[in-house]
Design a protein around this ligand. Structure first.
Ligand code: ATP
Ligand code: MG
Length: 329
């Protein structure tokens, strides 16, 4: 079976953006591929270095998020990055083959520095992260990586690393992994920011209660030019309609089209459309909330322990091959 590796940084719980960007594809492919899900806890130190205890809490939440959307722990391997030390050894070898300039040229890194307001206060690990990520992916020789659009640039760097190592190792050690972008590559935030992001305070979490969903939706950004319910409104790019297009079930599509027509003519108020969106989202999230409760009662540490053992075995073999072919043995 071909392998998938993907995962999340435990810097917060997972949200609707993750759901359409990557989680849905994980579920869809869990029977066709051998799937590895990494909880990149070391990576989380790039944003939570001053409150490391939070990473532990979020690691558990993110594992629960993944389980509650329908990933089966009997089929899928979950592991914490910090449990597989082979990844760091591999990453340090890879870093010898990446120029300093190339590391700084990564467009996603540049975007994150701007959107998170990091200025010049980012760590060396932050810039290095795409190289660690290459080690996350290549340690199990994954061929497919289901991710959101913002990860495309990182994947390109992984592919470059695979090529350069293969070249100097004089053997086809690594596949060139492909990104698989979800049906919405970048979901807009509740505030109209182009990206719903854990660090941006514009999220609807998979674990939000009915009431939280209602509160967030009723406060959502819509069409700023529309003041009265009878002003004609804009549907394109309006986050409320983006969410309706993305999350309404087949059976609700006609209703969505009707709302759009009336909204553009100024025949329906924001409140009515938002109330409908609350219903749509809560019916998507209700089964996820239920599953989360079931998994909460299970031994999550055991899942991570088993996953770490399996991944270490595979990563250890990969590391040996790399060292041998680069004359380090
Ligand atoms: P952080 O701000 O800490 O980087 P994040 O919200 O970007 O958090 P990650 O853990 O970095 O979350 O991303 C996990 C996966 O979800 C990645 O594949 C990423 O591309 C995808 N993803 C994150 N946000 C969105 C979004 N708004 N729309 C689509 N995909 C997303
Ligand atoms: Mg991210």
């Amino acid at each position: 079976m071909k392998r998938i590796l993907t995962g999340d940084t435990p810097t917060g719980r997972l949200h609707l953006g993750h759901f359409v960007g990557t989680l849905e594809n994980r579920v869809k492919l869990q029977n066709e591929y051998e799937v590895f899900i990494i909880l990149a806890d070391t990576h989380a130190l790039t944003t939570l270095s001053e409150v490391p205890e939070k990473i532990k809490e979020y690691t558990k939440e993110v594992l629960l998020d993944n389980l509650s959307i329908g990933l089966d722990p009997k089929k899928v391997t979950f592991f914490k990055e910090s449990d597989v030390a082979e990844i760091y050894e591999l990453a340090s070898i890879f870093s010898m083959y990446v120029s300093h300039n190339r590391a700084l040229r990564n467009p996603t890194i540049k975007d994150e520095i701007a959107s998170k307001g990091l200025g010049d206060l980012f760590s060396l690990g932050f810039i290095n992260y795409p190289i660690y990520q290459a080690a996350d992916i290549l340690c199990v020789k994954a061929e497919l990586v289901p991710v959101g659009k913002d990860q495309e640039a990182h994947l390109e760097q992984t592919r470059e690393i695979a090529r350069v190592i293969n070249k100097f190792a004089k053997s086809e050690l690594f596949p060139e992994p492909k990104a698989l972008i979800g049906r919405v590559g970048k979901l807009v935030g509740t505030d109209g920011n182009p990206k719903m992001g854990k660090s941006l305070n514009n999220t609807i979490y998979l674990s939000d209660s009915k009431e939280e969903v209602e509160k967030k939706v009723m406060g959502m950004y819509t069409d700023p030019k529309r003041i009265h319910a009878n002003d004609p409104g804009t549907v394109d790019g309006n986050p409320v309609f983006v969410y309706l297009d993305t999350f309404a079930s087949e059976a609700d599509l006609k209703k969505v089209e009707d709302f759009k027509t009336r909204y553009q003519k100024g025949e329906v108020g924001d409140v009515e459309v938002k109330k409908f969106l609350v219903e749509v989202l809560n019916s998507l999230l209700e089964p996820i909330r239920k599953k989360r409760l079931e998994f909460k009662a299970q031994d999550l540490d055991a899942i991570l322990k088993e996953g770490a053992e399996k991944t270490r075995r595979i990563a250890g073999e990969t590391l040996n091959q790399v060292k041998e072919s680069l004359s380090l043995v």
